[in-house]
Design a protein around this ligand. Structure first.
Ligand SMILES: Cc1cc2nc3c(=O)[nH]c(=O)nc-3n(C[C@H](O)[C@H](O)[C@H](O)COP(=O)(O)OP(=O)(O)OC[C@H]3O[C@@H](n4cnc5c(N)ncnc54)[C@H](O)[C@@H]3O)c2cc1C
Length: 406
């Protein structure tokens, strides 16, 4: 029987799982990543049409782990964020400008496929990571000292710790019986990339429309990524529009400040929900990324939160291993849970509140939130607070998010 043994097993080789593998290997651990999809699928541009707004602090982590070198040519700095309530610009708006902080861009916009390819390239230089792609797990077992995955092929994968990075339908979460809180927003995020005549000047736009938030996010060149939140019952209709009708509906929503827009590549629809585990560690097992939490993309924070998990987990495991502790023990994993729980809960509740507030077309709520946007725009302290959140530089940061090794 074939047995693969390492310090740590990661189930799920998505953006969070692969970053975790690189971070842990760099810290001196041997790692096995298991994913049920074959590597070839990750390389297809049709695999994931999303782009992610990566905040400043997670970019620091990617840099210190040597991943940013492979991303930087595809990364568009975000210089400003403009938030408006409704289709047209109005005096009642919110405007974040990186020059107000004087500390570099607010973040970068990167297509997920480029981040994934960068991670795969970086992994080639990680001698202590074994990546088992296209492998389904049949069974998971643990005893006092080890956790073991039995694969469908009959091979065994063992380690001192299992990290569940297997996304929103996490098998690890179900196996460990971590309770999940979740609800649907009755919206889907329709995603596509557009090309336009005029430059976006590095400005991200978020418009709050009656169907939900509509984001125009700057990519390299004269291109932008669209996240169009639409009510569930209308999603099939929008996705079924002819290319011409879809483009003309997009143009109407974008407006004319970018000139004529045209769609490049496909369109995707992602059902939007909130899910959250308050308790996500046990003996020899923990969750990370979307396996542990997921939110509406209104503030573009899901992956950023996952990368904050990575930084905290790498730091906790590294420090405890140095002092001779068992990295799969509950005592060590509770340290990680304690560090991440509050940050996760805060961001999820703020995002949830914003989603409800800005997906509501009641006239009194509309007037109140428009006035709220204008008010925040006029208070420098409040703006600085929101900008620090957008850059991910608030709270007790793990070393990797500050650009240092733990
Ligand atoms: C429309 C939209 C826009 C977004 N925009 C942003 C943004 O601008 N900024 C931001 O920070 N976040 C954004 N997000 C959130 C972000 O995309 C996710 O948080 C992130 O992709 C989660 O990564 P992950 O690796 O945790 O999970 P996933 O990407 O879901 O990866 C899970 C991996 O596990 C594997 N897997 C699953 N089950 C198993 C199994 N049983 N066995 C083996 N392998 C398994 C899968 O194949 C996959 O490779 C957005 C989300 C949406 C829907």
């Amino acid at each position: 029987m074939h047995v693969v043994s390492s310090d740590i097993i990661i189930l799920g080789g998505g953006l969070v799982g692969l970053t975790t593998a690189i971070g842990l290997e760099q810290a001196g651990f041997s790692v096995t990543v298991v994913d049920h999809l074959p590597k070839g699928e990750f390389e297809l541009s049709a695999f994931d049409g999303r782009s992610s707004a990566l905040a400043y602090a997670p970019c620091q982590l990617l840099d210190v782990l040597g991943i940013w070198d492979y991303i930087k040519d595809h990364a568009q700095p975000i210089l400003e964020i403009r938030v408006t309530d409704g289709r047209r610009p109005s005096l009642m708006h919110l405007h974040f400008d990186n020059e107000e902080l004087g500390d570099g861009p607010l973040g970068h916009l990167v297509e997920n496929r480029h981040t994934r390819l960068a991670l795969m390239k970086r992994l080639e230089a990680c001698e202590n990571v074994t990546w088992l792609d296209g492998q389904s797990v049949k069974n998971i077992e643990r005893d006092t000292g080890r956790v073991t995955l039995e694969l469908e092929t009959g091979s065994l994968v063992t380690g001192a710790l299992l990290v569940g990075a297997d996304g929103r339908h996490s098998m690890v979460r179900k196996w460990a019986e971590f309770p999940l809180t979740h609800w649907s927003y009755q919206q889907s995020g329709i995603v596509c990339t557009i090309e336009h005549e005029e430059s976006h000047c590095g400005i991200a736009h978020e418009k709050f429309l009656p169907s939900g938030p509509f984001a125009i996010l700057p990519l390299t060149g004269n291109r932008s990524s669209i996240v169009w939140s639409e009510k569930t019952h209308l999603v099939d209709t929008v996705m079924g529009l002819s290319d011409r009708a879809f483009e003309s509906e997009l143009q109407r929503r974008v407006g004319d400040f970018l000139g004529k827009v045209s769609v490049i590549g496909g369109r995707w629809a992602y059902p939007l929900q909130l899910h959250w585990c308050d308790h996500f560690v046990d003996n020899r097992v923990t969750l990370i990324g979307d396996a542990c939490h997921g939110m509406h993309p209104i503030a573009g924070q899901g992956l950023n939160l996952g990368l904050r998990d990575v930084a905290a987990l790498v730091e906790v495991l590294t420090k405890n291993a140095r002092s001779g502790m068992d990295i799969g023990s509950l005592t060590v994993l509770e340290e990680y849970q304690m560090w991440r729980r509050m940050d996760n809960a805060m961001l999820l509740s703020v995002t949830d509140g914003l989603t409800h507030l800005f997906s509501n077309d009641h006239s009194i709520i509309k007037q109140a939130r428009t006035a709220g946007l204008a008010l925040v725009n006029e208070i420098p302290m409040a703006k600085k607070f929101f900008m620090s959140h957008a850059r991910g530089t608030i709270g007790e940061l793990p070393e990797l998010l500050k650009g240092n090794r733990p």
